[in-house]
Write a protein that binds this ligand. Structure first.
Ligand SMILES: Cc1cc2nc3c(=O)[nH]c(=O)nc-3n(C[C@H](O)[C@H](O)[C@H](O)COP(=O)(O)O)c2cc1C
Length: 199
């Protein structure tokens, strides 16, 4: 497959087979992704790959805290609420996902279940947490670099038949019977967000 078709074939995976990913496969994915560009080649990133009991413990803690209504603590500030066309797109993909899973608008129980799955990173067997040194703050340039690494990871995984969803980066072998895995999110036209100058 050429790169264009390959990149367009990738989509988020939210249902995973109960199958571990060997450490050398994860390492190979990171080995590929680290060729991502970074500002002045500073490579200001750390990858914490988590699986097994350690990941199970993190999940347990997240679920407990969420159920107890504990507010989420963010390591860096960001605007929580999207507006305008951004909000519209956020709603559009949520509708696609809920429809695929048969979750009705007013079905509080199923919506809660979906939210908790999200906090459990959809029970993926591996989670990659990308971090950087606090001394780099304010870290907009570093966020840019981590974004390029993250996409490199997702593509390198996809090439190996491994799906991801970017909550941290949850990854695993896709469960082909999980309805939300069929969701093909839409993209806006280039004309809506690309400006060409000097052509
Ligand atoms: C920074 C970031 C955070 C995300 N957080 C979530 C999330 O919390 N829950 C979720 O289901 N998907 C999450 N996603 C996946 C997006 O919903 C998904 O990439 C988007 O809808 C486009 O769909 P696609 O990846 O299938 O092309 C996140 C993606 C990114 C890049």
């Amino acid at each position: 497959m050429d790169f264009t078709a390959f990149a367009q074939s990738r989509k988020s995976t939210r249902g995973f087979q109960n199958k571990a990913i060997p450490k050398d496969v994860v390492d190979d994915i990171i080995n590929t992704a680290k060729w991502a560009p970074s500002s002045y080649n500073t490579q200001t990133w750390y990858v914490h790959a988590v699986a097994g009991e350690v990941l199970a413990k993190i999940r347990e803690g997240n679920t407990k805290n969420t159920m107890a209504g504990k507010p989420h603590v963010r390591d860096f500030p960001y605007k929580e609420d999207y507006e305008g066309e951004h909000r519209r797109r956020q709603i559009d993909v949520a509708i696609q996902l809920f429809e695929s899973m048969g979750i009705e608008r007013d079905d509080k129980e199923k919506r809660m279940d979906w939210m908790l799955r999200g906090f459990r990173q959809f029970d993926a067997p591996v989670s990659l947490v990308l971090t950087y040194d606090k001394s780099l703050e304010p870290a907009a340039i570093t966020h840019f670099g981590l974004g390029s690494l993250a996409y490199g990871i997702v593509l390198a995984a996809w090439e190996r038949g491994i799906g991801c969803v970017m909550i941290c980066i949850a990854m695993g072998y896709p469960d082909d019977n999980f309805p939300a895995n069929d969701v093909r999110s839409v993209r806006t036209d280039n004309a809506d967000f690309v400006s060409y100058q000097g052509f």
